[in-house]
Design a protein around this ligand. Structure first.
Ligand code: NAP
Length: 307
């Protein structure tokens, strides 16, 4: 159990921040939660549903005096927010973010933070295709990994306390280098999202040929792609623009594999296809054994998903 932070500021009040607010309240991790979002509408909602005790029109005012400041905005908005709050941070405060990309977020945020402020970048590997302040729920982080990529020179005591904070919200915590994080996530999340966007785009093109059959007869494979491809356009645009190198590296490998499978289909190489699909099935078993999914039939897809 983590000692509560006296004041936690949530900058950005969407899916991740609202889930954090619920999880923090459930576990008693903050004595006060302040917040800021771009629009008056989101700020009003955050007050109305009790995400924040107080909301502010500026990020600087919300961050003022906070012991923990969480940047929960799209990756492309991190630099602007950091520049704004930098001069207003309390000495010794911890600043963290939940961005899906780490290396470029560190480069964008770190230069704006004064000496003595602890910057501990984080990425909870948990999410859904929904966004906004009403999308959050306290269980989002349960049994999910939260990856921390602390920068050199960070106080180990601050990292330890922040680790316990995420654990108290239900997450498992691991530390890794930011560059490694970006490569791993390019494989497990970023490239798969791009492939889903592409597949749904192809179907959308075809829909004009096959009328409404793509929707009417959508099978599980396509339905799963559409769920992923319904994810927030701003968030995902920013992920690809800021994890360019790793995503392009993985897409290059993906294209090579796709050509190999295409060739096997063309040449009727059933052994190759069978062996390939047997290998990939083992990965699915590994994920289930690691407790990161269940093998229950999941047609309604009602449970939480990861990003
Ligand atoms: P979201 O639901 O779309 O919410 C984004 C929030 O940021 C909104 O409250 C928005 O305000 C606010 N915002 C946007 N630009 C801003 C700015 N310049 N200044 C102040 N507030 C601003 O997003 P989310 O899904 O919570 O994602 C937030 C972060 O978490 C992203 O960096 C994303 O990469 C990361 N992440 C997301 C997931 C996921 O599955 N969704 C998983 C892990 C990590 P308005 O409502 O007023 O527009």
């Amino acid at each position: 159990m983590s000692a509560p932070y006296r004041r936690v500021a949530l900058i950005g009040l969407g899916l991740i921040a609202s889930s954090m607010a619920h999880a923090m309240r459930r576990a008693g991790l903050a004595e006060e939660i302040t917040g800021h979002a771009r629009s008056a509408e989101t700020r009003a909602t955050a007050l109305e549903i009790g995400l924040c005790d107080r909301v502010f029109e500026t990020a600087a005012a919300a961050a003022e005096g906070a012991e923990l400041v969480m940047l929960c905005v799209p990756v492309g908005a991190m630099a602007g927010v950091a520049a704004e709050i930098g001069p207003h941070l309390a000495p010794g405060a911890t600043v963290s973010d939940v961005g899906s990309v780490k290396r470029e977020v560190i480069s964008a945020v770190a230069p704006h933070l004064p000496a003595g402020v602890q910057f501990i970048p984080a990425h909870p590997i948990a999410g859904t295709e929904h966004s906004g302040p009403r999308a959050g729920f306290a269980e989002l982080f349960e049994n999910r990994w939260c990856l921390l990529t602390p920068v050199e020179g960070t106080d180990p005591g601050a990292v330890e306390r922040y680790t316990r904070f995420w654990e108290a919200m239900g997450a498992h915590v691991d530390c890794m280098d930011a560059e490694h994080h970006d490569l791993v996530l390019a494989v497990t999340s970023h490239a798969p999202h791009l492939i889903a966007y592409t597949m749904v785009g192809v179907a959308d093109d075809l829909r004009r040929v096959t009328d409404s059959e793509v929707i009417k007869y959508s099978a599980a494979g396509f339905r799963d792609f559409t769920r992923i491809a319904a994810s927030d356009p701003t968030m995902w645009r920013d992920v690809f623009l800021h994890n360019k190198d790793a995503t392009l590296e993985i897409l290059g490998r993906f294209t090579e594999e796709l050509f190999a499978l295409q060739r096997a289909i063309r040449t009727g190489d059933g052994d190759m296809l069978f062996e390939y699909f047997t290998r990939t099935r083992a990965i699915r078993r590994g994920i289930i054994e690691a407790g990161q999914d269940t093998d229950a039939p999941d047609f309604g897809r009602v449970k939480k998903h990861e990003d």
